[in-house]
Design a protein around this ligand. Structure first.
Ligand SMILES: [Fe+2]
Ligand SMILES: [Fe+2]
Length: 192
């Protein structure tokens, strides 16, 4: 099932970006100057890949297929769909708050940090629920025919025949974030 591998790979990248966001907040709270280029790149990444491609594909293909096979996951899928819907306006709020923070508005830094922390916590929990509850259920319930359609939908994101290469853009932003993000605590490049 290519779709499962693609979804897990995308979750890994999203989690790494959320980690970079949290790490940057902690660094600034500890006295480092804010890296607005990094913060904008993080929000751009979330808008350009997870929000535009990952979550909609889950809704339209994976969740829909599980729902067609069984009512067993209805409550779980309802919760995951609500989380997708709740995530989009949080990113819009973060984009506005980042503009105010960068402009130096009073209280804007704290407001941005608070929303960013709750977004990261919320999104980590969402990815975990999908991997621990929804994907195992989908593996049990869906047929090879179901998976063929879901695999095709997730692979289509990169289909050059249609001129769609959203993953190139996401990958570019992702590599930029990894390059800009400070090294994790306790990590020092060799030779230092
Ligand atoms: Fe999701
Ligand atoms: Fe997901």
């Amino acid at each position: 099932m290519d779709a499962i591998r693609i979804i897990k790979d995308e979750h890994f990248a999203i989690a790494a970006v959320l980690h970079a966001l949290r790490f940057q907040i902690r660094a600034v709270k500890d006295g480092a100057p804010p890296d607005f280029v990094l913060l904008h790149a993080i929000l751009d990444y979330i808008v350009s890949y997870p929000d535009r491609w990952h979550h909609p594909k889950e809704d339209k293909f994976l969740f829909a297929a599980v729902r067609r096979r069984s009512a067993e996951a209805d409550a779980l899928i309802g919760k995951l769909e609500r989380e997708h819907a709740l995530g989009y306006p949080m990113i819009e709020t973060l984009k506005r708050q980042l503009v105010c923070y960068e402009a130096g508005d009073p209280g804007a830094r704290e407001a941005f940090f608070a929303t960013a922390e709750s977004y990261a916590t919320f999104e980590y929990a969402h990815l975990q629920t999908e991997e621990e509850q929804l994907l195992p259920l989908a593996e049990r319930l869906l047929t090879a025919e179901d998976w063929a359609a879901i695999d095709a939908a997730f692979q289509e994101n990169d289909n050059p025949l249609f001129g769609i290469k959203p993953k190139d853009e996401a990958e570019r932003l992702y590599q930029r974030i990894l390059a800009l993000a400070p090294a994790p605590i306790g990590y020092a490049p060799a030779g230092r």
